[in-house]
Design a protein around this ligand. Structure first.
Ligand SMILES: Cc1cc2nc3c(=O)[nH]c(=O)nc-3n(C[C@H](O)[C@H](O)[C@H](O)COP(=O)(O)OP(=O)(O)OC[C@H]3O[C@@H](n4cnc5c(N)ncnc54)[C@H](O)[C@@H]3O)c2cc1C
Length: 417
């Protein structure tokens, strides 16, 4: 019997490809009537890239992504706090990719249609509810015209993101996602890539920061690449920023003046902000960790299970890894409640800790220490924080997020056929 997937985002599409690889019948129901390449840049950590390679997507991923070479934290005065190699340059066996989220989703979607057939994905079909029985699960979806259809399968994988209906049924009293104060503005602009040419750079301090990295290779004739950027400010939580919607467009004037004097000789932040044709506003939210992701024959994966602050570049990576670990459980235990539980046992505790770690600023928490110790102004960071202390901090984050270099390089494939 069929694996029913609700949500055709990164998690849902990876789940479908994984089921197909395992020879398991699968169908995806996605609420939007037509999938579009929505969003801006994201990073895929080597642990997730490895899984996509194992799915045979190496060439396609390399066509749409930029292998990241460096991850750098820069103080408000433009001096380096920390810089480390990333991906292959750091010694991983797989690259880290900076990629446009929508292009990645479309790549996965097209691959699902190519491998599984056009009927594998039903768009315009929104999960309403499920009814779990001993041997099967009945799932209701609603079309754009309001028509409700019920289908039966072996399990339901709730991959329906931040405002998950599957999660809402499991936890009806949970309420909306939690906003802790940060607001992000996201956009892309054409510019010459800085530093290594493929650097992820974060400038500023914890409550006001700017991130940029290229998500395309430079045009050979102009040298310009598409640069993804995020400007972020933290506000008092008594202010109302409305619901978190990834697609809310706003004018740059809403925040540009706060970054007006953030121009260095190597990076002109106001110019980058002004260069974007569209800017999206997103009050950064997460949800409190929960103690189970399984209810009968329904399991949550990706943001539905554990939406987290996008400070460690691991929301999409974790969604991919979830789908693969769940697939591996189904390979060994069948499409069964035991497999859902085994996935939950393998992942829940570590990922819940990661959610809390990201709420506490994740890998960029080091900027908090810089503020504390010198008010953010320094000439040489060694005078403020010894290198060994930062190294230790970063190593602990990578271990928690599942991409410690040696551990990942030496771990067996998640799915071995
Ligand atoms: C439009 C959009 C733009 C985004 N842009 C960015 C970005 O720029 N930067 C960033 O860091 N993250 C972005 N994200 C979030 C990021 O994709 C996720 O954090 C991460 O990839 C985890 O993936 P996911 O598949 O769990 O969730 P998502 O990628 O959010 O996918 C969930 C999918 O489920 C569908 N869905 C929702 N409700 C239902 C329902 N009831 N029934 C059926 N389907 C449903 C949604 O339409 C979506 O396609 C965006 C998400 C979306 C939906």
């Amino acid at each position: 019997m069929t694996v029913i997937v609700a949500g055709g985002g990164i998690a849902g599409m990876t789940m479908a490809l994984t089921c197909h690889e395992l020879g398991l019948p699968v169908i995806v129901h996605e609420s939007v009537s037509q999938l579009q390449p929505s969003g801006v840049g994201i990073n895929l950590q080597p642990n997730a890239v490895r899984e996509l390679y194992d799915l045979g997507l190496e060439t396609q991923l390399d066509q749409i992504g930029v292998p990241a070479k460096e991850w750098a934290l820069v103080g408000r005065n433009g001096n380096d706090v920390w810089a480390e190699p990333r991906g292959l340059d750091a010694g991983y066996l797989w690259p880290q990719y900076s990629v446009h989220r929508g292009r990645l989703q479309m790549l996965l979607y097209e691959e699902v249609l190519r491998r599984l057939g056009l009927n594998a994905v039903t768009t315009g079909s929104r999960l309403l509810r499920y009814e779990s029985h001993d041997d099967s699960i009945r799932v209701s979806f609603q079309s754009g015209s309001g028509k409700v259809t019920s289908i039966e399968g072996s399990v339901l994988v709730g991959a329906d993101g931040l405002h998950s209906a599957a999660r809402h049924q499991m936890r009806p009293n949970e309420g909306p996602p939690v906003w802790g104060g940060p607001v992000m503005w996201r956009g892309t602009s054409e510019a010459v890539p800085i530093r290594t040419g493929a650097s992820f750079v974060l400038v500023g301090k914890l409550d006001q920061r700017f991130v940029c990295y290229p998500i395309s290779r430079p045009d050979p004739s102009t040298g310009l690449a598409t640069i993804n950027w995020i400007a972020e400010l933290t506000y008092d939580t008594s202010q109302d920023w409305g619901d978190s919607d990834w697609n809310r467009e706003v004018p740059v004037t809403k925040f540009l003046d706060q970054f007006q004097d953030w121009a260095f000789d190597w990076l002109d932040i106001p110019a980058l902000i002004r260069g974007a044709s569209t800017v999206y506003e997103y009050p950064m939210v997460d949800r409190d960790p929960i103690e189970n992701w399984v209810d009968g024959r329904c399991v949550l994966i990706g943001d539905a299970a554990h939406v987290m602050y996008p400070v460690g570049s691991n929301g999409a990576s974790q969604a991919i890894v979830d789908a693969r670990v769940l697939g591996a459980a189904m390979q060994h235990l069948g499409v069964s409640v035991a497999a859902l539980k085994s996935f939950e046992d393998a992942m829940l505790q570590d990922v819940n800790e990661l959610v809390l770690r990201n709420r506490g600023a994740g890998p960029i928490g080091i900027l908090g220490l810089v503020e504390e110790r010198c008010g953010g102004v320094f000439d040489d960071i060694e005078d403020v924080i010894p290198r060994a202390e930062i190294e230790d901090y970063m190593a602990r984050y990578k271990a928690a997020a599942g991409f410690a270099i040696e551990t990942l390089n030496n771990s067996p494939r998640t799915i071995l056929l």
